[in-house]
Design a protein. Sequence first.
Length: 356
Amino acid sequence: MAELSLQHIDKIYDNKVQAVFDFNLDVKDGELIVLVGPSGCGKSTTLRMVAGLEDISNGHLLLDGKEITQTPAKDRDMAMVFQSYALYGHMTIYENMAFSLTLRKENPNVIHKKVLAAAEILGLTSQLNKKPAQLSGGQRQRVAMGRAIVRNPKVFLFDEPLSNLDAKLRGATRREILLLHKRLQATMLYVTHDQTEALTLADRIVCMSMGHVQQVGTPLELYDSPNNVFVASFIGLPPMNFYDVKVVGDQLQGNGFKVTLTPEDKMTLAGYEGKEITLGVRPENFIEGEGIKVSVTNNENLGMNTLVYGTGEGGVKVTAKLKGWKNFKVGDTVSFDIVRKHFFDKETTNAIRGDK
């Protein structure tokens, strides 16, 4: 397929509002990159600049080492799948999938073979004579993907393609996209605000906020070693718990609770003695123990796990994800220990990693 390189990309609109700041990314051949972040963070704008649907204000875009920054969208050899399926209602599924090839006046026999091959990959062979209105939302999105596949582009671009589907269809279509990627070994850029899609689909994730790249890495890297408070809060469900604490000797002292530091923790926090930091704890890193005491405010059973929400001394809030089915009642007192901690500088919000 193709390698893609985004070098110091900016997007500044005519009203001087900047949507993307110094975006840098090298996409390997066959890699599936997911751009994730909240609405308005610049991820879709970045994708549209790659597609040629938005002008690049500054920087360079290279495809297989060739500069395409000013190349028109139609000549970039990329195919985009949109949130709205953008299918022609008066055409059959076959005609929709063949449309771009028909416009290019390809040989009808070649078109036929490509459409049938794409339909087989996506399980649409029996639907080719139907109109879009006769299909479910998930099937229509597969048609949109099929229309991209028949073009055999160098790069596939997905702009929140599952947003219009219900939860069950999102899960099924997400798995289809992953299988499609493995089968085609295609270079793909995928935009979503849904961290579940990012974590399950991506070879690497680009996490964005307010036009800036916050971290690029594998799903495990962003989950296990977030660069800053934003990434830590955005990746992970339920979100990470955050507490303002002070480093005092062998302890972190917070509002109404104390946490004992391990020797490894103390090495990481060297230089922060007597200072305030932000302690981050993922809900799944709490276990029942003897540490932080909380009064249960809500208990949600999720089958193999239970979400427990509680309030401790000083009003400290705890969201814990415990293994097994728990039947805590509102007002019950539960104590939690922490099995994994994340530390963040209070001023910069960046992760504190020590010398490791």
